[in-house]
Write a protein that binds this ligand. Structure first.
Ligand code: F6R
Length: 250
């Protein structure tokens, strides 16, 4: 695993965006796996800026998103489809039909998940998968204790994740309790993985994921077994990792 330390959120966002831009330039018809959450907002905004300056085109890029809340329409302001439109897709030249987000309103969620795995196969797999990390080490909506062998599946959110996501809703009651999510098996199938982390509140999860045992209690720890992972974090998020003596690149 390559680990890059950046001074702050802005620098972290630029560094991560540059790795995605490099991927887009080298493989303009590649498949990007994308994430939502607070952490990637800055990097998406940087990609939009480079697109607007004429430095980057997404015209041939295909994308698949990690996850979606079950029960939210794509037009719901807290749906992940809406997030992607607002933060990236509406501002770049990616073709709408080439952007794929799980349908939170699917009548048969299990069938939707199976069709999504099939879609990823038909696209030829994910070239670069972007990931954030939860405070409990979750990646996508794979919570502690979830089976590492699963593809896309329906998940029940942990109380901690519901708490963390509450800030986006008017009340805790409104936070969906279930989601559709790519599983660890789907994520580990990506050819390259880019993890972005920011803030001291992530330092513990990052340290456990990188230095601890590979365990389903810390889903991100499975990334130690992937051959091509780059983790980009700000100094605060990497603080405990550095205390533990793990070497990082500047
Ligand atoms: C988002 C996702 C989540 C987030 C994680 C971190 O698609 O799957 O696993 O990456 O919850 O979220 P933030 O970036 O808001 O701290």
């Amino acid at each position: 695993m390559r680990i890059y330390e950046c001074a702050d959120y802005r620098a972290m966002s630029r560094r991560a965006a540059s790795l995605i831009a490099a991927q887009v330039v080298l493989n303009p018809e590649g498949v990007l796996g994308l994430a939502t959450g607070s952490t990637p907002i800055g990097l998406y905004s940087q990609l939009v800026e480079w697109y607007k300056q004429g430095d980057l085109s997404f015209a041939g890029i295909r994308s698949v998103n990690l996850d979606e809340y079950l029960g939210l329409a794509p037009t719901h302001e807290q749906s992940y489809r809406y997030f992607m439109q607002q933060n990236l897709f509406d501002h770049i030249d990616i073709k709408p039909e080439n952007t794929h987000v799980l349908n939170g309103l699917a009548a048969d969620p299990d069938a939707e998940c199976a069709a999504y795995d099939q879609l990823i196969r038909e696209l030829g797999g994910v070239d670069l998968q972007l990931l954030g990390m939860g405070h409990n080490g979750h990646i996508a909506f794979n919570e502690p204790g979830d089976n590492f062998g699963l593809g896309t599946h329906v998940v029940s959110l942990s109380e901690r994740t519901i708490d963390a996501n509450q800030r986006f809703f008017e009340s805790r009651d409104q936070v969906p309790r279930q989601a559709l999510s790519m599983g660890i098996k789907s994520i580990m199938g990506a050819r390259r993985i880019l993890v972005v982390v920011s803030g001291e509140d992530k330092a513990d999860a990052v340290c456990r994921a990188v230095t601890g045992p590979v365990t389903d209690q810390v889903p991100a720890s499975v990334l130690q077994l992937h051959p091509d992972v780059t983790l980009v974090g700000d100094t605060a998020a990497l603080s405990k990792l550095k205390e533990a003596g793990v070497p990082v690149c500047g």
